[in-house]
Design a protein around this ligand. Structure first.
Ligand code: HEC
Length: 167
């Protein structure tokens, strides 16, 4: 509602709702930005992530992440500027940190939020490994994940069209 602050909207005028507590806000505020700030303790490797992926992810994304039934996660390198672009983690995503954040928040699709921090580090590592970005034994944690250089990091450019450009 225009002009009404979110707090005012929750005043007990109608006897419903209340302002969330600081802990409740914190529980929802789980987005990890590109610089990786707020990544929790824990770690994982591709070697550890393989079994978790097979159990929790492969049914929808394929054994090696190349199934196009839902979102394809692996391959497509160098395809974005061609007539048949294939958008995957390896060909499209800019940051490994936001990949961690997305998996932590939204996957597996049928049970989001059910993975532990260690499991998210491990499946993230496995998907980075399947895309040829890190080694099978490379340890992914709050320190190393922000250092991963994604292949398409430099692939995002400002839109040159004058009507959508920066003002
Ligand atoms: C029940 C089917 C299902 C399961 C199980 C599942 N996913 Fe997904 N996943 C999807 C669908 C559907 C999408 C597309 C969602 C959308 O676009 O909003 C998706 C999207 C994604 C994406 C984003 C891809 C992109 O480039 O946009 C990632 C990463 C991902 N899944 C990882 C995982 C991981 C890791 C697991 C296991 C922990 C998993 N998924 C389990 C169905 C599934």
């Amino acid at each position: 509602m225009a002009g009404v602050s979110p707090v005012a909207a929750q005043l007990p005028t109608y006897g419903v709702g209340r302002a969330p507590t600081a802990e409740e806000v914190k529980a929802w505020d789980i987005t990890i930005p590109a610089d990786g700030q707020g990544l929790p303790p824990g770690s994982g490797t591709a070697a550890l992530g393989k079994a978790i992926y097979a159990e929790r992810c492969a049914s929808c994304h394929g054994e090696k992440g190349e199934d196009a039934k839902y979102n394809r996660l692996v391959g497509g390198h160098g395809s974005l500027a061609t007539a048949q672009p294939i958008r995957t983690i390896g060909s499209f995503w800019q940051y490994a940190t936001t990949l961690w954040s997305y998996i932590n928040r939204a996957q597996p699709l049928d049970e989001p939020g059910s993975l532990t921090a260690d499991h998210v580090y491990a499946v993230t590592a496995y998907l980075l490994h399947l895309n040829g970005i890190i080694g099978e034994q490379d340890i992914m944690d709050a320190k190393t994940l922000p250092l991963v250089k994604m292949p398409n990091r430099g692939g995002f450019v400002p839109d040159p069209r004058p009507d959508v450009g920066r003002r």
